[in-house]
Design a protein around this ligand. Sequence first.
Ligand code: MRU
Length: 349
Amino acid sequence: MIRTVEWSNGEVVMIDQTRLPQEYVQLRMTDYRNVAHAIRVMQVRGAPAIGVAAALGMALAAQAVDREAERGELDAALERAAQELMSTRPTAINLFWAVRRIWDLAREKPGWSTERCRHEIIETAAAMVDEDIAINRALGLNGADLVPENAAILTHCNAGALACAGYGTALGVVRAAVEQGKRIRVLADETRPRLQGAQLTCWELQEDGIPVTLIPDNAAGSLMRRGEIDLVVVGADRIAANGDVANKIGTYPVAVLAKENGIPFYVAAPLSTIDLSLPTGEEIPIEQRDSAEVTSVGVQSIGPAGIAALNPAFDVTPARYVQAIITEKGVAKPPYEENLRRLCESERS
Ligand code: MRU
């Protein structure tokens, strides 16, 4: 199974996703600043993967402090790392959730020695890799029940093993359905401008021998109209309390087209992607990335020199387009205010 990011002998090891599918390269890091850089330039990307990578970055920051040092030194190092890691990308809530989870271990235990605190942080962060995979497997099983035999499933961006520590959310649903023996096919939107669908979704499904066909983003509507898509499953970067979903730019038009064509539109995400502090998707911060990602494909420039371009990395799909939200604790249906809160509370109890 693909392991996107993990802890190995005091190092963070991750697949460099900017090199796929041409080359499979693993990066090894011992400095949290390199992890922050990798998140910024999208060598690691996808909400759960960013979260796990950031938690492991916190572990590197803790590891760099001498066991014998004063606690204050460790606390200061963790604060620096937390601020740097949390400044990398604004939309995926998993990043903030994961950094705070590790940072809180120290903040809630001021009486622990530096050595004890370091140890707990490294153990907890390293365990988040297997925890993420287990969550995705549970989520996948919950979602597989919604997938009919012989289904053609459209997905957007990459919400697969590469977007998580492994297995995937939207593609976790696909994998679980395949493991149940269902014959299914995936249609992958190419996902301009960064092409996560073409480069990552197609690569990882091919690796697993799951039938996948690449389509241009603008083909989804006519394929739906011709009856060639049975359902849509995507991931999420942040879900507001009312069920509005922020995900890769281009998700919203897919959801609108799905509704117009009477096709179910599902969102698969762990509970750590739900942000109950935001009443609606209007409040979700949307990352704006470099316009060069739009004005070129790879190294090839595609517009006239000096052309202005907009590059919002995510959009918000209003909850009314979302048939269900698939989580590791169950499948939430409208009314989302009530049902998402209930799932999150079941997680805490
Ligand atoms: O910009 P990216 O590649 O980090 O965006 C990724 C997505 O939008 C995914 O769909 C989302 O993070 C869910 S990943 C399980």
